[in-house]
Design a protein around this ligand. Structure first.
Ligand code: DON
Length: 337
C-alpha cells in the first residue's frame, strides 16, 4: 500500500479541527486522488463489473453530527463486506462480549477474505468476523429465530446505524446468489465442524442479502460515526449499540478489517477500518467521527485504491491516527520539570 509522506502529520488532542478546515481537507483529499487510475474493478460478482471506475466520493461525518461531502459521496453502491462490521456489532449487542468472542474469534487469519484453507488450518474455527467464514458464522447468530426474523433484526439495526432505510440492490443480490458457490462451501465446511447451528444455506442467503444493501459514502461515514460516538447515531440521536460494543467492534476492525493488509493499514493510517469489494471503505476515529469513501478500482487484497489514499491523507491531516501523540507540555511544566 502506498501513502503520501508529504502530508503534514497533525496530532490531535481529542477533537477535529474547525469546520472550515475539515471542509477544505475533504475537498483536498478528493481533488488529490480523483485522477489516480490504479486498481481493478471487482468482477467475481458479475454485476459489480458494471461500476464506473471513475466514481469517487469522500465524506467525513463528525461525531457531533456535521457532514462534509466531496465528489460522488451520494452515489449508491453495495455495502458488501462493510456490512460485516455492523452485523457483528448487532450480534455483540444481542449476545454479549464473551459468547461472540468464543464462537467467532478476533484474530487475523493472514489469508484472503474468502479463504477455505484458513478454516481448515484452524480446526473449523472461523477466526474473526471480518473474513467470510466468520461473517457467515456471525450472521447465523443474529436473533430472530427464522431467516425472516434474523433479516428483520439485521435491517432494523443497519438502518439505525445509517439513520435511514437501506434497500437491497436486487440485481447485485441475484448476481452474487447465482455465483457464490464458494461461500456456500465455507458454510457447509463450518457446519461439518459443528460451528454453525442454523441452516447453512439459509444463512449464506441472508449474508448475501446483507452484502447487497445499498449505501453511499455519506451513509458509511454516518454509520462509522455512530461507532465513534459510543453507539449513538449523531444525526438521529438514536442509541444503536452500547459504547462497549463500539469499542469491541473497533478493536476487531483494527486487527482484521483490511484483511491480510490490516497490519500495514494500521501502521500507515492508524485507524480501525473496513473495506468492501464494491469499493467502499469506512474508517473510524473514536470520539471524533468517521471517513466514508467510495471508488470501485481495488488493489489485489480487495481494498479501494483511491479510498485508501484519501483516508490516509485525511487521517494525517485531520490528526486521526489513534497511535499518534505529542509531548504534553503544560503538564510537564506544572510538574516542575
Ligand atoms: O462474500 C463476498 O465475497 C462478498 N459479498 C463480499 C466480499 C467483500 O466485500 C470483500 N471485501 N473487500
Amino acid at each position: 500500500m502506498q501513502t503520501d509522506d508529504d502530508t503534514e502529520q497533525v496530532v490531535s488532542t481529542g477533537s477535529l479541527p474547525g469546520w472550515d478546515r475539515v471542509e477544505q481537507l475533504v475537498q483536498d483529499a478528493h481533488a488529490r486522488y480523483r485522477d489516480l487510475a490504479d486498481g481493478t474493478v471487482a468482477d467475481y460478482i458479475p454485476e459489480l463489473a458494471a461500476a464506473d471506475p471513475a466514481w469517487f466520493g469522500v465524506c467525513v461525518a463528525e461525531s457531533g453530527g456535521g457532514l462534509h461531502l466531496a465528489g460522488d459521496a451520494e452515489v449508491p453502491f453495495t455495502i458488501q463486506s462493510i456490512s460485516k462490521a455492523f452485523v457483528y456489532a448487532l450480534v455483540c449487542e444481542a449476545l454479549g462480549h464473551r459468547p461472540v468472542l468464543d464462537r467467532v474469534g478476533v484474530n487475523n487469519t493472514g489469508l484472503p477474505f474468502n479463504s477455505v484453507i484458513a478454516v481448515e488450518l484452524n480446526d473449523g474455527h472461523p477466526m474473526n468476523p471480518m473474513v467470510n467464514a466468520g461473517a457467515i458464522a456471525t450472521t447465523a447468530l443474529l436473533p430472530g429465530g427464522t431467516p425472516a426474523g434474523r433479516w428483520e433484526h439485521l435491517t432494523r439495526g443497519l438502518d439505525a446505524f445509517a439513520g435511514r432505510r437501506l434497500e437491497v440492490d436486487d440485481v447485485v443480490y441475484r448476481s452474487e446468489a447465482a455465483t457464490n458457490q464458494r461461500n456456500r462451501a465455507i458454510a457447509r465446511l463450518l457446519e461439518s465442524y459443528g460451528r454453525i447451528e442454523a441452516d447453512p444455506l439459509a444463512v449464506v442467503d441472508l449474508y448475501t442479502r446483507q452484502c447487497a444493501l445499498r449505501v453511499t459514502a455519506r451513509d458509511l461515514a454516518v454509520m462509522g460515526a455512530t461507532l465513534a460516538d459510543g453507539g449513538v447515531n449523531p444525526l438521529t440521536g438514536e442509541r444503536v449499540v452500547s459504547a462497549q460494543v463500539c469499542r469491541d467492534t473497533l478493536a476487531v476492525l483494527a486487527s482484521t478489517g483490511m484483511y491480510e493488509r490490516s497490519g500495514e493499514w494500521l501502521f500507515e493510517i492508524g485507524l480501525p477500518a473496513k473495506s468492501g469489494v464494491a469499493g467502499g471503505i469506512v474508517a473510524v476515529a473514536p470520539g471524533k467521527g468517521a471517513i466514508g469513501t467510495f471508488s470501485p478500482p481495488l488493489d489485489p487484497a480487495g481494498n479501494s485504491v483511491r479510498g485508501q489514499r484519501a483516508t490516509a491523507h485525511l487521517s494525517r491531516s485531520l490528526g486521526l491516527n489513534v497511535f499518534a501523540s505529542s509531548v504534553h507540555v503544560t503538564e510537564r511544566a506544572g510538574a516542575g520539570r
